[in-house]
Design a protein around this ligand. Structure first.
Ligand code: DAH
Length: 342
């Protein structure tokens, strides 16, 4: 037993003085002490010659020795690893970084956000309503009773489970929902998706986005409407854009108008986008019809208001000179990644 102790101590001193300078020398150490034919294995092999009554103590000593050799080997390896700077723990800072693909905002969202922020600066707040609407909010309350011929202007998707339900054809339905709350004065814009049963083409789609505007208070006039929209156009398209109003008809406004801007593509000279007229229509508007106010329980002898509605796709097409509306919903990344503006 004592002999074993001295033997192990000697080995320990020898091992502790071992120095390795490279991987090869490290490997020689491993083979010499820990390999299948190494020192540890051969000492372990001698356990069979140890008398039974000493086996327990000898086993314990050998085990301690084994832990000593293995720990020493682990220390030697980590020294070599550090010195050689293996790929796991050495970073080459001159390497180019991994590209991190950045998404870009959808052009419709960019323009939507810009429209919203322009009107917010004028004191309008954002209101939203459901895309599945009932007949009252989408049509009847807006002065479009059943069988009114103007309902044909907007080919509608109805919902088969309930004849009263439909996919809203315009965001004017949100006007009604907000007016019904009767918190006046009311100054809101209502952005959102709308649906129409239209054949899909470069200029029309069965779903698109609108922004509705509404201002109800005492003494609101058509002049207020014009000033609001002039401000919008200048902020959206710049100082040089010209604006004109044409008389029009909408059942929910009286008088009604449509607003055109000078064509941004040809600066009013005439091109295919403006159909050689130099003007492009961007929205419908007017003074809220007294019957619409009455339908919502607002006193039309006291309050007046203006409303307008525009298609976000149309504004986006003009802003970025996109000629085909279908591109907005096809999700082609080559198209979408071109829009990097925040
Ligand atoms: N709702 C109309 C449409 O979808 C747009 C519109 C026109 C909205 C005139 C208005 C308005 O508020 O006053 O075509």
């Amino acid at each position: 037993m004592n002999q074993l102790i001295t033997q192990l101590e000697e080995h320990k001193t020898e091992i502790a003085s071992f120095v390795v300078n490279n991987k090869e020398e490290l490997e020689s150490f491993r083979i010499k002490y820990l390999g299948t034919k190494g020192l540890l294995k051969s000492i372990m092999g001698e356990m069979k010659n140890v008398p039974v009554e000493q086996k327990k103590d000898a086993g314990q000593l050998l085990n301690e020795f084994k832990v000593f050799v293995e720990t020493f080997y682990a220390e030697l390896s980590s020294k070599i690893e550090d010195a050689s700077g293996s790929s796991e723990n050495k970073i080459d800072i001159s390497l180019p970084g991994q590209p991190l693909p950045l998404g870009s905002r959808h052009p419709i969202s960019i323009v939507h956000n810009k429209i919203v922020s322009i009107f917010q600066r004028l004191g309008f707040s954002v209101a939203e309503g459901p895309e599945i609407e009932d007949d009252w909010h989408n049509f009847t309350a807006l002065n479009l009773p059943e069988n009114h011929p103007a309902r044909d202007m907007q080919d509608t998707f109805y919902i088969s489970q309930n004849p009263d339900w439909l996919l809203r054809t315009h965001t004017s339905s949100v006007q009604i929902r907000e007016m019904e709350k009767k918190q006046l004065p009311l100054r809101i814009i209502c952005p959102g998706r709308v649906y129409r049963n239209e054949t899909i083409s470069a200029r029309a789609h069965c779903f698109f986005n609108q922004v509705e505007g509404l201002y109800i208070a005492e003494n609101v006039s058509f002049a207020d409407l014009k000033q609001t929209l002039y401000f919008f156009v200048k902020e959206m398209f710049g100082e040089d854009v010209k604006v004109r109003f044409r008389p029009s008809y909408f059942p929910f406004t009286e008088p009604s108008a449509e607003m055109d801007i000078s064509c941004l593509i040809c600066s009013g000279k005439g091109c295919s986008v403006c159909k050689r007229t130099g003007w492009v229509e961007i929205l419908g508007c007017g003074m809220v019809h007294p019957s619409v106010l009455d339908n919502c329980g607002i006193d039309s002898t006291k309050y007046t208001g203006f409303a307008f509605g525009m298609g976000i796709e149309r504004i986006t097409m003009l802003t970025y000179q996109v000629k085909d509306l279908r591109l907005f919903s096809e999700n082609d990344v080559r198209f979408l990644k071109q829009f990097t503006q925040a």
